[in-house]
Design a protein around this ligand. Structure first.
Ligand code: CP
Ligand code: NVA
Length: 304
């Protein structure tokens, strides 16, 4: 059987995503009911982190244990990965000792090289380009609160970063629209490697126009991990791209607010919005656990 990786959102097709969402609902219900579900007994997940994390580490480690398996944490600092061992060699070795690998790293190319040399499925736990596990949780959270996302409008306010790119891929697969507003100089590059088309997104110079009528308003930090040297410049450039109450007022009446976290109140989002009634950020964070359990089940066991 060919190995199935999850390196980008579109590594799963529409039907596979529907299956993962359906399994998420079931797995979450079992968990909430304190029902034991151990389909991954004796399976080992290796998690490799080249960047910091709270949610991703916790949700994968707890998730694997809750499915009956175990998880091993490696980081660049304490392993040979930080001392220049080729990614290809690391992939050969790590994948002979485990059943599944999750990687958080810098360039997408690194995770692709790892996957090309891996005997087991590889999951993208965030790269500079994509954050597919987060969008899985975000879309599941939308479905839980509002039903199908098909035909809906998501307003993306801020940086055209890994989160934004992944929303754009998801829009094409699941047939919803993304209204993007970034400051000048931080625009989306849709043609980059043809990873998504232009049918499902529209660009707005003014963030208020992007938010107008949106069913979901979402944003992320102004400076992503790995770009810290640009922080001061970004603080100036993004000053008008804060999601605040005025912006939520022009969105649809029942619009939700999401943020992958960690958030900076007073920068990309006002405290009033992230701590307000339209915000579902805690459900969104919790759903990382449930959606990734369904993802791991699917990558290791197929449709059950
Ligand atoms: N949203 C997210 O991926 O959080 P962490 O960086 O804490 O893993
Ligand atoms: N865009 C952010 C997401 C953090 C979860 C980053 O890459 O740092």
């Amino acid at each position: 059987m060919a190995i199935k990786h999850f390196l980008q959102f579109n590594d799963l097709n529409h039907d596979e995503l529907a299956h993962v969402f359906e399994r998420t609902r079931w797995i979450k219900n079992q968990f909430k009911d304190y029902q034991k579900y151990w389909p991954l007994q004796d399976r080992t997940l290796v998690m490799i982190f080249e960047k910091a994390s709270t949610r991703t580490r916790l949700s994968f480690e707890a998730g694997m244990q809750q499915l009956g398996g175990s998880a091993i944490y490696l980081n660049t600092r304490d392993s040979q990965l930080g001392r220049g061992e080729p990614v290809e060699d690391a992939a050969q070795v790590i994948s002979r000792m485990s059943d599944l690998v999750m990687i958080r790293t810098y360039e997408q190319e690194i995770i692709e090289r790892f996957a090309a040399n891996s005997r087991v499925p590889v999951i993208n736990g965030l790269t500079n380009e994509y954050h597919p596990c987060q969008i899985l949780a975000d879309i599941y959270t939308y479905i839980e609160h509002r039903g199908s996302i098909k035909g809906k409008t998501v307003a993306w306010i801020g940086d055209s970063n890994n989160m934004c790119n992944t929303w754009l891929q998801a829009a094409e697969l699941l047939d919803f629209n993304v209204h993007v507003s970034t400051p000048p100089g931080y625009e989306v590059e849709p043609e980059r490697a043809n990873l998504y088309g232009t049918d499902h997104f529209e660009v707005f110079a003014d963030p208020m126009d992007a938010a107008k009528g949106a069913d979901l308003v979402t944003t992320d930090v102004w400076t992503s991990m790995g770009f810290e040297a640009e922080n001061e410049e970004r603080m100036r450039d993004f000053a008008d791209w804060q999601v605040d109450s005025d912006m939520m007022r022009v969105a649809a009446k029942d619009a939700l607010f999401m943020h992958c976290l960690p958030a900076h109140r007073g920068e990309e989002v006002s405290a009033e919005v992230i701590d307000g009634v339209q915000s579902v950020v805690w459900d969104e964070a919790e759903n990382r656990l449930h959606t990734q359990k369904a993802l791991m089940e699917y990558l290791l066991l197929g449709e059950v």
